[in-house]
Design a protein around this ligand. Structure first.
Ligand SMILES: [Zn+2]
Length: 184
C-alpha cells in the first residue's frame, strides 16, 4: 500500500451531491421542452414515454401530419369554419406522434404529458399497454373528451396522477443553462 494514503483524510472528496430534479420532474421538463418545439400558435403540448428503468422510449409534440405541405393547411381553430379549414383536421397530437415513433414496446411504460390526453390519445395510450400517465395540466377536465379519456383509463387499468412542478426548478435551470453557455 502507498504510505502516502495514511496521511489522507478519508472523507476528502466526499462532497454532498444531489440531483436538481426528481425523475418525475426530469421527464416532465423533457415533455415541456418537446412542447416548446410545437408550431401550434395556440396550444403547445409535449409528451415523453419512459420505461420502468427510467429510460426514455419516445417523445412527441403536436404538429401537422408528417410530410404534409404546411403552407396549405391552417393553424387556426375557429370552429365556425368547416373542419377542412381548421387545424383539427390536420394536427397529430403529441401522444399519437410519440406512439407512432416508438421503436420498441410501450407495455408497462409511464407517459409524461404536459396536458391530460384527449379521448383519441387515451385510446392509443391504453391500447399500447402504457401503465401510468403523469400530467401537468388538466385544463379541459369539464369536457366530454376528458371524461371519456378518464373512463378509458379506468376501464383499462391505466393509472394517472398530476405532477406538482416546483417553480424554483425554472430559475435553477436558467442558471444552469447560462453556466453551460458561459463555459463555451
Ligand atoms: Zn390527443
Amino acid at each position: 500500500m502507498d504510505s502516502k494514503n495514511n496521511k489522507i483524510d478519508p472523507t476528502i472528496n466526499f462532497v454532498p451531491a444531489k440531483s436538481a430534479l426528481s425523475w418525475d420532474e426530469y421527464f416532465m421538463l423533457q415533455a415541456m421542452i418537446a412542447a416548446f418545439k410545437s408550431k401550434d400558435p395556440a396550444t403547445k403540448v409535449g409528451s415523453v414515454f419512459v420505461d420502468k428503468n427510467n429510460h426514455q422510449i419516445t417523445m412527441g409534440y403536436n404538429g401537422f401530419v408528417a410530410g404534409i405541405d404546411e403552407s396549405k393547411v391552417p393553424w387556426g381553430k375557429d370552429k365556425s369554419a368547416p373542419l377542412e379549414f381548421q387545424k383539427y383536421g390536420y394536427v397529430v397530437h403529441s401522444e399519437a406522434n410519440a406512439i407512432l415513433h416508438a421503436s420498441r414496446s410501450l407495455e408497462g411504460a409511464t407517459a409524461y404529458v404536459t396536458l391530460f390526453p384527449c379521448n383519441e390519445c387515451a385510446k392509443l395510450i391504453a391500447s399500447s399497454k402504457v401503465k401510468e400517465v403523469v400530467f401537468l395540466s388538466d385544463k379541459h377536465q369539464d369536457t366530454e373528451s376528458n371524461r371519456i379519456a378518464k373512463k378509458i383509463f379506468d376501464l383499462s387499468g391505466v393509472s394517472f396522477r398530476s405532477l406538482e412542478f416546483r417553480s424554483e426548478i425554472l430559475g435553477n435551470l436558467t442558471e444552469h443553462l447560462q453556466n453551460l453557455l458561459t463555459d463555451i
